[in-house]
Ligand binder design. Structure first.
Ligand SMILES: CSC[C@H]1O[C@@H](n2cnc3c(O)ncnc32)[C@H](O)[C@@H]1O
Ligand SMILES: [Zn+2]
Length: 429
């Protein structure tokens, strides 16, 4: 075993207290060995002037959509997807997705994210990129029924299942998989009735978009005379390891149903504001005991993958929507971005404690916009930027040291992604 001592910083504990302490991690088990006066390690990572916090968890993302950052803005979800995004996505190649994903991984790692959930295409490429970059991920091939005949839809479903079976546990267990029907409206009922039990047999969680816009909820209610999440429950889609994205337009019955079933919700405030989808009832979810995580969604509807931005957006939107400055406070958003995300994705991370996975972000607090530190949690929620991250550690490995990604060549990744984005858009025109 080789140990790494993260030394001289202040440590954010699971109860949100902050102490000046060291953290000792073991790079063989990938776990935190001790927190406090830990003695010397084989190697040292300097955290002087920094806050050592759990690595951030981006619980809903389409990583390769970095290629479409700024490609189509300022439209609502339905027309954005149908008029702009889906036509260009039809031209994506495996190599495009690899290039876009690597760009996303650089951005995620540099801003302190150590785990993410990704629903997209060419997921073998995504898994390879994650293996190379060193972070943790829950990955699923997205199943979309729109415009597909029976055979094409089944082939899509089979691809999702075979990816989930083949890659679960890949990259020394850092890659876990999931079954990812796109949404309750883009995969029809007969297909969900057939596909979901097969996914259950594969033993992987389900992740899908739900209750994102009013336009998506209304037809389900009109046609079925039940709420979308009651419909999902009838299809067996609210398991305790499942997690859904958005949950903006959930009513009180659906909030209680999620709490009863133990299904988590991933709140994506920036995407919801940009697409004008609405504001999720985050206080109601939390009061009911629903696990709430944070996600950026894709970079085309955000337009970055910085979870510090997302924490601030979650707090601001929550207060604005509730007309209550005490709604969605700093501790809530930090918890959502760390422990909440790890719990939603089923990772034993998100908290700094002996025995937990050594997934950590070391944030440099010696910056004008973080001075003074009356309250470190307040600074994290309201004032820190992704660019304040000094080191990122995942599974006990230092993936970013002094702001530099060690597992990917940032300049080459950026150049390759820009080239693929340009060619992709040219093909789609
Ligand atoms: C089937 S792979 C994922 C699929 O989802 C699309 N997408 C990106 N952002 C959103 C969103 O906010 N709601 C619904 N679908 C979204 C993405 O472009 C892929 O086609
Ligand atoms: Zn999404």
């Amino acid at each position: 075993m080789t140990t790494l001592r993260i030394a001289g910083g202040r440590v954010l504990h699971p109860d949100f207290s902050v102490t000046t302490d060291d953290v000792l991690v073991d790079d063989t088990s990938g776990e935190i060995v001790a927190v406090g006066d830990v003695g010397s390690g084989d190697e040292t990572l300097d955290a002087e002037g920094c806050l050592v916090m759990p690595g951030l968890v981006n619980a809903h993302c389409h990583a390769a959509m970095t290629l479409l950052r700024g490609y189509a803005d300022d439209k609502p979800l339905e027309s954005w997807l149908r008029e702009d995004v889906w036509p260009v996505e039809a031209e994506l190649t495996d190599a495009d997705i690899r290039a876009g994903t690597e760009l996303a991984l650089v951005e995620l790692l540099k801003s302190g994210t150590t785990a993410f959930a990704d629903m997209y295409f060419s997921m073998g490429e995504v898994a390879e990129a994650v293996a190379e970059a060193g972070l943790r991920a829950r990955l699923g091939h997205g199943v979309v029924g729109v415009g597909k005949d029976e055979d094409a839809a089944r082939a899509d479903h089979e691809e999702s299942l075979s990816f989930a079976r083949e890659y679960d546990g890949y990259a020394d267990g850092r890659v876990r998989t999931m079954y990812t029907p796109h949404s309750l409206t883009t995969v029809d009922e007969d297909r969900l009735r057939e596909y979901v039990p097969e996914a259950r047999e594969a033993g992987v969680p389900l992740h899908y978009h739900a209750n994102e816009t009013a336009d998506e909820v209304e037809p389900i209610v009109a046609e079925r005379d039940e709420r979308p999440l009651e419909y999902a429950d009838g299809l067996g889609m609210l398991g305790e390891s499942d997690f859904l994205a958005h949950g903006v337009h959930s009513d009180a019955t659906e909030v209680d149903l999620l709490a009863e079933r133990g299904t988590a919700v991933v709140h994506c405030p920036a995407s919801n504001m940009k697409l004008a989808s609405g504001a999720a009832p985050v206080p109601a979810y939390r009061e009911a005991g629903v696990t709430v995580a944070l996600g950026t969604d894709g970079a085309a509807s955000n337009n970055d993958l910085d979870l510090f931005d997302e924490m601030r957006d979650a707090a601001m939107l929550g207060k604005h929507a509730a007309n209550d400055a005490s709604a969605v406070p700093a501790e809530a958003v930090v918890e959502m971005a760390t422990a909440g995300g790890a719990d939603a994705l089923g990772f034993d991370a998100g908290r700094i404690a002996a025995g937990r996975k050594a997934d950590l972000a070391v944030v440099d607090f010696e910056a004008a916009h973080l001075t003074p530190t009356h309250d470190a949690v307040s600074n994290l929620a309201y004032a820190t930027r992704g660019s304040d991250v000094r080191h990122t550690v995942c599974d006990g490995e230092v993936l970013v040291r002094d702001g530099e990604v060690r597992t990917l060549d940032e300049d080459a990744v950026r150049e390759r992604a820009a080239e693929h984005a340009r060619d992709l858009v040219a093909r789609a025109e």
